[in-house]
Ligand binder design. Sequence first.
Ligand code: URA
Length: 434
Amino acid sequence: MRMVEIIAAKRDGRALTTAEIEWVVQGYAAGEIPDYQMAALAMAIVLRGMDDRETADLTMAIARSGDMLDLHDVAPLTVDKHSTGGVGDKTTLVLAPMVAAVGLPVAKMSGRGLGFSGGTIDKLESIPGFRANLSAEEFRRAVREPGLVVAAQSGDLAPADKKLYALRDVTATVESIPLIAASVMSKKLAAGADCIVLDVKYGRGAFMHTLDDARQLARTMVAIGRHAGRKVTAVISSMQQPLGFAIGNALEVREAVAALCGSGPSDLVELCLVLGSELVCMAGLRDDPDTARALLVEALSSGAAWEKFRAMVANQDGDVTTLDHPDRLPNAPVQVDLAAPRAGFVTAIDGQTLGFVVNALGGGRVRKEDTIDHSVGLVLRAKVGARVAAGDPLVTIHAARQSDVDAVAERLANAYTIHDTPPPSLPLVEEIIR
Ligand code: URA
C-alpha cells in the first residue's frame, strides 16, 4: 500500500477499507508514516468524513496499536469518564474523586491540552511534584489503592492516538466527528474500564458547535463502546460559555479544590453530579439517578471526595500541602481586570476565543513540543446573564508580564457580548444518551 494513494482516496471522498485503515494506523505508530502524510490524511478526513464502519475500524485499529488493559485482577469493576473537550472543563478533577469516594475504582487516562481546550494532565501537573507518567504496574496498583488514578496516556496505551492527538492539535484537524470518536473511544477501550460516561460538549467553547453534531458524536461513541462490550452513557452538555469561572491550569485546580471543599461553582458541581449519577447507576450501586445523586452529594459534603483527591495526588507524588494552601500553587505575577465597556447584561461569552487567549498567554501549546506556563489564565468575573455597570470587571487576566496582557486585551473584550436585555437561560445538560 502507498500512503499517498490512501490520502488521495480520502481526499476524493472514497471510504477507506479496513485493511487500509489498519495499515495506516500501524505504520504511523511505528514511525514509518511521517507526520506530514498523516496530517494530510487527517485533514482529508476532517473535510470528507468517515462512515460508521470506517470510524469503528479506525477506533479498533488505534486501540490495538498498543496494550489493551484488563483490570479485573485488581478490581472487579472500574469506571472511567471522558470529555470531548471544552474551555474551563475541570470536571474530572471533581467527578473522579467523588465517584471513587462512593466505592467505584476510577482508572483514568487523560490528555493534555488540545487546540483551544485545556487538558486534565496539564492541570494536574501544576501541582508541584505530581507525576502523571505512571508505569503499567503503578497504574494497576493505584486502581486498587487509593482506588483512583488519573494518569497521562502511557506510551503503551493507544500509542497511535497519542501521536495523532498531538499532531491534530497543531494542524487544525481536531474538529471532526470520526477523528474525535476514534480518539476518545480507542483510549477508553484500551484503558479497560467496564463503565464509561462520556461528556459530549457543544457550543462555542467546544469542538462540536451545534447540538446536532454533538448528538451524532455521542451516538457514534456510545455505539462503538457497546459493540465492544462496555456500558457507555453520553451526557450532552453545553459549552455555550466556559464551565465555572477559572480557565488555565493552576487556576482550574484551585477551582476544583474549592468545589471538593464545598464552595465550587454551581454549574461545575451540577455537571459532576449528573455525570457521576450515570456512573453510579451503570455500575449498579443505585437503580436511579436521583438516589445515585444523593450518594454523591453525601460524598462531597462529608469530605470523602476531598480526601480521595488528596490521596490520589499523594499517591502520584504531588505536594498535598499546595492543595491545603492553594495560594501555593503557581501564581501569575501580573493580574489585571478587563472592564466592561458599557452597562447591560452579558448575553454571550465566546469560550473558544477565551481558550485561545489562555494559549496566547502561555497556558497552552502552539507546537507539540512547547512547554506551558501553569500559572497563567483567566478568571471570569461576570458570566452569561450577569448584569454589569460600565467599568465593572468582566474577567481577570493572569499573565507572566504586562505586555502579554496588552497583546490579548482587545481580543478578550471582543469575546464578550453585552446587551440591554437579559439572555434566555441556558440549559447545562441537553440530553442523556443511554
Ligand atoms: N478528546 C480526545 O481524547 N480526543 C479528541 O480528539 C478530542 C477530545
